[in-house]
Design a protein. Structure first.
Length: 133
């Protein structure tokens, strides 16, 4: 199964964000072990920018380097921007994520922001819902 990870899940792991870290890390680790994992090219720049500001450049680069050993970048081209416009529901960055997920033939988008993916033709795994309770 091809799983596409939204930026917020990866930042949960990188920043050990409470209360999301444990669940996001568990889902990511399980996905790495049992599935093909994808993310967008622009997710890496977002992670780099945020981690550099909060944790420093070396931490940001180390996290990205490690992440890219297990996750592949969705192969997008110029035409995929039209796909993003098609699926835009107000947050264009989320629409770009949908276009990337479609480009890598993802079966599922993993996120904590399901509202941003309301126009997605792909299934959404909503980690904002605590299914353990």
């Amino acid at each position: 199964m091809n799983l596409f990870f939204d930026t917020n899940i990866l930042l949960d792991v990188a920043l050990r964000r409470s209360p999301f870290f444990d669940r996001s890390q568990a889902v990511l680790m399980d996905a790495i072990e049992h599935h093909s994992c994808f993310l967008s090219w622009h997710t890496l720049s977002n992670i780099f920018y945020i981690l550099t500001k909060l944790e420093g450049k070396e931490v940001a680069l180390d996290f990205i380097n490690h992440l890219c050993k297990f996750c592949r970048i969705a192969p997008v081209e110029h035409e995929d921007i039209d796909v993003a416009f098609k699926y835009n529901s107000g947050d264009f960055e989320d629409a770009m994520q949908i276009a990337c997920a479609l480009a890598c033939s993802a079966d599922l988008i993993v996120t904590r922001d399901p509202a941003g993916f309301s126009k997605s033709p792909l299934s959404i795994s909503d980690l904002s819902v605590d299914r353990d309770k």
